[in-house]
Design a protein around this ligand. Structure first.
Ligand code: UDP
Length: 239
């Protein structure tokens, strides 16, 4: 069975907004549990999975900067939000019996272990799902960039980007129902056409490291495992 698996080691980027469900803020535990069940299903296929979690459901640094505050402080607040989300997702994964570790780019040893590539690879080799919190640990970056960075550091065969829709469209399909959906694109095409799927730094980093980006709907139950098994709906961005 496992010979049909498309990628054996992947990094999944989950935005903070995906966790808030229809609430408009914070964490909807039922949604976190559903995403965790999808990760558990994919893990049972034998795929090694690590996760970068966003924080947009709690705080974004630009919100401070746009009101005249200090961007760096705002970004620190945003990164702390990702830690809250990481703990929530770990709690959900644990309910499904998945051994999970949270590694933070910003040291907070009373709460979770600190990130180092060596530690992360060791936990992955021990069969754990690794959740990366704190983004890259630096202001002026996003968790999309952290996704591409950690995917490269972990030797992931693909970066899965869970979004609100089932792939990359020519325009926002929620605004324009005539927008066309792409099956396949290159990193250059995504950057050249300015397709708003991930930030430029993230796509450029994935391109440089020849990491395919698989864009799919995080809200479609079971889709993650389906795509890993060679089916499902997604846009694949590759060389
Ligand atoms: N952030 C940061 N550096 C990073 C990653 C995140 O400063 O490497 C901050 C930034 O303020 C960002 C917030 O954390 O707005 C939440 O992350 P992001 O917006 O990427 O979350 P998502 O959109 O995925 O929910």
């Amino acid at each position: 069975m496992t010979s049909e698996i498309r990628y054996r080691r992947v990094l999944l980027k989950v935005s903070g907004e995906a966790l808030m469900g229809s609430q408009g803020f914070g964490i909807d535990v039922a949604v976190a549990d559903r995403i965790a069940s999808d990760i558990a299903e994919a893990r049972r296929l034998g795929v090694e999975i690590s996760v970068v979690i966003g924080g947009g459901n709690i705080f974004r640094g630009v919100a401070v900067a746009s009101k005249g505050g200090d961007r760096v402080t705002g970004d620190h607040m945003g990164m702390l939000g990702t830690v809250i989300n990481a703990l929530a997702l770990r709690t959900s994964l644990t309910k499904f019996g998945i051994d999970t570790i949270v590694l933070s780019a910003i040291a907070m040893p009373e709460i979770c272990e600190s990130f180092s590539q060596r530690t992360a690879l060791a936990h992955q080799a021990a069969g754990r799902v690794v959740i990366f919190a704190g983004g890259t640990g630096n202001p002026f970056f996003t968790t999309d960039s952290a996704g591409a960075l950690r995917a490269a550091e972990m030797g992931a065969a693909a970066l899965f980007k869970g979004t609100q829709v089932d792939g990359i469209y020519s325009e926002d399909p929620k605004r324009n129902p005539d927008a066309t959906r792409f099956e396949r694109l290159t990193h250059d095409e995504v950057l050249g056409r300015g397709l708003a799927v991930m930030d430029i730094a993230a796509v450029a980093l994935a391109r440089e490291n020849h990491i395919p980006i698989v864009v799919f709907s995080i809200h479609e139950k079971g889709e993650f495992a389906k795509i890993l098994s060679g089916a499902g709906r997604a846009t694949i961005v590759s060389d």
